[in-house]
Design a protein around this ligand. Structure first.
Ligand code: SF4
Length: 257
């Protein structure tokens, strides 16, 4: 007899809110409360965020510092060639993609606002700040959110590819929901004031336990609320990524969280 996928049947909003709270509390127990960054220059934070794609924090910082060393200000970066900027940020990788993206934003900002500064956004609402940043074609919701939580102390919840994967496994969003769309669905479920904490802790969780290829389900305290684990345990791999079907599974009673 064919096995029925063991997914939570159309979970309601209160259930999802409770699930998100259990997740946030469980992660806090394991990883603690990360220190919030202090208010900082928003344009610096945006450029750092653009540099951080597919690299380590260390290499991102090397690239950012080199950019600051070679160019006296953001106007000089905007006026330089893509190649000159790509050379400066080489340590972050993907210089040929990142340099034009950074310059394109700087040129756009100068044209739209007359000056290369985003400091005015500190005093604007979250909605306005996100709308303004994403108005530029090269800036997505995740980049805008990360910039604002890093430099402007906002209560936002950026969703990258790792958090997106975990949210699908836990059944917080459907498998077909894009990361961009997930912001609108998951953001309202996040306990108030804990967007930054949950973002940072989920990244740590995705690096150490709920990894892309081999999630270590045996060490995970969220098995009881995880669709992916339930499907795997019941031998139903429908709806799970083949990449992740080698999860280490432990049939003992799941730990509570
Ligand atoms: S049980 Fe496994 S798949 Fe589910 S959240 Fe934990 S590590 Fe990830």
């Amino acid at each position: 007899m064919a096995q029925t996928p063991h997914r939570s049947a159309n979970p309601t909003r209160p259930n999802l809110t409770r699930k998100m709270l259990r997740l946030a509390d469980g992660l806090r127990e394991r990883f603690g409360v990360p220190k919030r960054p202090r208010r900082a220059d928003l344009l610096d934070a945006l450029v750092k965020t653009l540099l951080s794609q597919s690299t380590t924090d260390h290499n991102r910082d090397l690239a950012f510092n080199e950019l600051k060393r070679r160019f006296p200000d953001w106007d000089a970066v905007a006026d330089a060639s893509d190649k000159e900027v790509a050379d400066a940020i080489r340590s972050a990788g993907l210089g040929n993609q990142k340099a034009p993206r950074i310059r394109s934003f700087l040129l756009w900002l100068k044209k739209e606002h007359g000056t290369l500064s985003l400091e005015f956004l500190h005093d604007e609402s979250d909605e306005f700040a996100v709308e303004m940043l994403t108005h530029h074609n090269g800036i997505g919701v995740k980049t805008a959110y990360v910039t604002l939580i890093l430099a402007s102390n906002r209560d936002l919840f950026p969703i990258d590819v790792h958090i997106h994967r975990i949210a699908i496994r836990l059944g917080l969003i459907g498998e077909k929901v894009s990361p961009e769309k997930a912001h609108g669905l998951l953001g309202p479920l996040v306990p108030k004031g804990r967007g930054h904490e949950l973002h940072v802790n989920l990244l740590a969780f995705g690096r150490t336990i709920c990894k892309a290829r081999n999630p270590v389900c045996a060490e995970c305290g969220f098995r009881r609320m995880c669709d992916y684990y339930r499907n795997l345990r019941d031998g139903n791999t429908r709806g799970t990524s083949p990449k992740t079907s080698t999860a280490r599974i432990n049939k003992r009673s799941p730990k509570k969280n």
